[in-house]
Design a protein around this ligand. Sequence first.
Ligand SMILES: [Ca+2]
Length: 255
Amino acid sequence: MINPLKLATLCIVMGLTACGGSSSSSPTNSAAATTAPTTNTSTGSTTTTTPAPANTVTYELTFTRTWERSNFPTNYPNGTHFSPVIGLTHNEQGRIFQRETSASAGIASMAETGSKTLLKNEISDIQNLGNSSYLIDEAGISGNSKSVSMTFEASQSFPYLSVVSMVAPSPDWFIGIDSLLLFNDNQWVDEQTIQLKVYDAGSDSGTTFSAADSPTDPQATITLLSSERADTDFTNGVHFTSGENIGFIKITLMQ
Ligand SMILES: [Ca+2]
C-alpha cells in the first residue's frame, strides 16, 4: 500500500526537478526533445518557426543638429552648417574611418572642405572590392534647416552603417558614425538614436572654427575634438561642461 504511493511521489518530484532544471535555459528545446521519439518521424519541422528576417531592408535616417549659439555660446562661428552627408552600408572590411587611425584622403578632404568627391571615389573602391553595396549621398543641413532625412538600404551581407558630415565652418572637424551594426542576433535593429561627437580629422592644425588653413605635417590620427577654452566649447567631442552633443542621428527600420 505504501510503496506504490512513495514511488508515485518520487516520480513527480523527479519530473518536476527535471522540468525545472531545463526550463531555465531553453524550455522550447527541452519540450521538443522529450516528444521527439514519438513525433519526429512524421513531423520533423513542427517546432515553432518565426519568420526569417529579410535579407535586405530599408531604413530612414534623420540627422538633427543641436549645435546652437545658446548651448555652445563661446566662439560660436557665423554661418554654421553641416556639409553633404556621405556614407555607406558595408561589411567588416568596408570602414571609411576609425578613431586613433589616420584619416583617408577622402575623409580629410570632407572634413576640411565638405567636398565629397574623393570620399565617393574611395567608397567606389570599397564597393569594387565587394565590401559595400549601398552609397549614401545626400544633402547636409544648411540655412535655417535643423534636420535632414534620407533612406538607405542594408543587407545581411552589409549590415554596418557608416556616415560622415563636415562641421562647418571648421579646420578639419566632422561628425560621423563608424560601423554601427544594424543586424544582430538574427534580427534587424528597429530604431536607434546615436548622439554625435565632434571628431578632429588630424589633417589641419587650426584651433578655432574659422581658423585659416594650417596643414598638419605629418598628419595626426582622428581624435575627439578637445580645445583650449578660448577656442571652442568642446572637450572630447562634446560641450566641456554640459556634455551636450552637436547633433544626433536617428535610424528607423521601414516596414
Ligand atoms: Ca585638426
